[in-house]
Design a protein around this ligand. Sequence first.
Ligand SMILES: *[C@@H]1O[C@H](CO)[C@@H](O)[C@H](O)[C@H]1NC(C)=O
Ligand SMILES: *[C@@H]1O[C@H](CO)[C@@H](O)[C@H](O)[C@H]1NC(C)=O
Ligand SMILES: *[C@@H]1O[C@H](CO)[C@@H](O)[C@H](O)[C@H]1NC(C)=O
Ligand SMILES: *[C@@H]1O[C@H](CO)[C@@H](O)[C@H](O)[C@H]1NC(C)=O
Ligand SMILES: *[C@@H]1O[C@H](CO)[C@@H](O)[C@H](O)[C@H]1NC(C)=O
Ligand SMILES: [Cu+2]
Length: 569
Amino acid sequence: MLPPAPRPLLVAAAVLWFCLAVTNAKVHHYDWDISYQHKSPDCFEKLAVTVNGEAPGPTIRATQGDTIVVTVNNKLETENTAIHWHGIRQIDTPWADGVAGVTQCPILPGETFTYKFVVDRAGTYLYHAHYGMQRVAGLNGMIVVTVPDGIREPFTYDEEHTVLLQDWWHKSVYDQATGLSAKPFVFVGEPQSLLINGRGMFNCSNLATPTGSCNNSRPDCTLPALFSIVPGKTYLLRLGSLTSLSSLSFEIEGHSMTVVEADGHYVRPFVVRSLFIYSGETYSVLFKADQDPRRNYWATSHIVGRNATMTPSGKAVVSYAGNDPRKTPPTVPTNGPAWDNTAIRVEQSKSILAHPGYVVPVPVRADRTLLLLNTQNNIDGHIKWTINGVSLHFPATPYLVSMKHGLTDAYDQRPPLDTYDHRGHDISAPAPTNGTIGSPVYRLAFDSVVDVVLQNSNMLNNQSETHPWHLHGHDFWVLGHGDGKFDPTADAWRLLNVKDPIMKNTVPLHPDGWTAIRFHANNPGVWLFHCHVEAHVFMGMGVVFEEGVESVGRLPSSIMGCGHSKGLH
Ligand SMILES: *[C@@H]1O[C@H](CO)[C@@H](O)[C@H](O)[C@H]1NC(C)=O
Ligand SMILES: *[C@@H]1O[C@H](CO)[C@@H](O)[C@H](O)[C@H]1NC(C)=O
Ligand SMILES: *[C@@H]1O[C@H](CO)[C@@H](O)[C@H](O)[C@H]1NC(C)=O
Ligand SMILES: *[C@@H]1O[C@H](CO)[C@@H](O)[C@H](O)[C@H]1NC(C)=O
Ligand SMILES: *[C@@H]1O[C@H](CO)[C@@H](O)[C@H](O)[C@H]1NC(C)=O
Ligand SMILES: [Cu+2]
């Protein structure tokens, strides 16, 4: 990431750096067996999808400009898979985005598929399964991309730790998906535990029917995740959330945190006691080991936005060097911020701005504006999410293949709507009409600037909840968050931040509110834009964007073979 409007000397330095970076760029090879294993991350044993036997999977570490090659061997025996590299824009490699149904055919049991892509920007990113709801079963991990030697970041630190946050259910992913598609609908419910770096703690005495598969003495679940620190040093925590449902707050007892990075972009530093983090987001925070070093401290995650009183907080231990790391901190962990205080979460979202030295100039106006109303609908007795009336269902043929090869019978040709009845629609009442299920595509003019205003509304139970929206293939400018209904005819546009907005790939749509983003449709391919709550996208909460598909290079035959793409290999 380079500062804007560089001076000639800086340009020369940048060119020199680029040449050095190109010659120094490394290729990192990974060979991953994806398989089900019995795991008990919170003491309750169940089947989890693992990477080389681990859940979460290993952290991928690379330097900006490096190439990552991951060979995926599907050893799930009776289940397909696909892996998405979350936050990596896949410039020139749209077929490596890893979304089954959009950018590739699913990888069948026994098959091997190779992902190859460049990590072109430093920052903290994620990876996870993108086949059905498979992410819920455990295929999750982090990607850390560091700046090349000689490039300074706008902050300094001594050491770093990665922190992956998850929520965890005892019900299998099959049980969850079956309930969501059933008549009557059965929701997945609140998670049984919260995991920090794959570890949680469920009290087995709380099981309605005691079972031998829950055992609080198991060695793999008795110890929480541990972060070792040395007094006086400054730490960078790279946090990522891959929760399936929960919005979280994260805090370290007694230590404040300075937020310095969000989704791979440097932010204007701000200090928090408690960081709100939504599924699909990453943050880097700095904290100083400046408290009494004779004891250990809790690092905790808490559910916010939903009344999940039965779910215990996620707990990890921060241990100062010299202490027994297994010693439980002497305090009772806090409950975190009030779960139903939406205002403080909106406030924090609004305080995330670009670092003054790294503002990426915002195009002054958009060529096209999409007003996307999020509603919950009853469609033939099934509960679905719709966006401007359409609940997204992935076609059997991946869009990238069908659009590049002109297979027009493989997806809906009817264009989806750019707007909804924003005058007539009452967002504080459940949607009055039934939606439809379909697979349409927003075809964006290549190189155009697109605004999207996501509009929340009340669900069928007359409540409104948080939806973290994630865009594949791009970063977007976060222009603003607001309460109630966005009125495109009023002054609302003038209130948006076009001066120093942060760029992100995931942003929350808060209850009863709206969120406005802007992006440049300059990455040829077909890209999913969706709510990162696994149950919600499963129920259709997403849209598909296409731009410049005709200029995408020759597609690898490895992404084909399903639906109408059978004959194409
Ligand atoms: C687990 O729950 C039981 C019954 O509610 C309680 O007596 C026990 O103290 C709990 N254990 C822990 C470690 O919280
Ligand atoms: C629970 O796990 C401990 C440690 O592995 C083991 O000694 C004990 O037998 C287990 N209890 C049951 C009921 O399986
Ligand atoms: C939250 O859930 C608990 C337990 O189910 C319930 O007692 C409480 O009234 C709920 N709070 C609100 C505000 O709905
Ligand atoms: C919506 O769907 C429900 C359930 O299938 C049905 O009872 C109702 O009549 C439908 N409403 C409209 C407006 O089509
Ligand atoms: C639904 O909630 C809104 C507030 O969001 C309230 O004004 C309205 O009365 C509620 N409607 C019903 C039927 O409960
Ligand atoms: Cu959602």
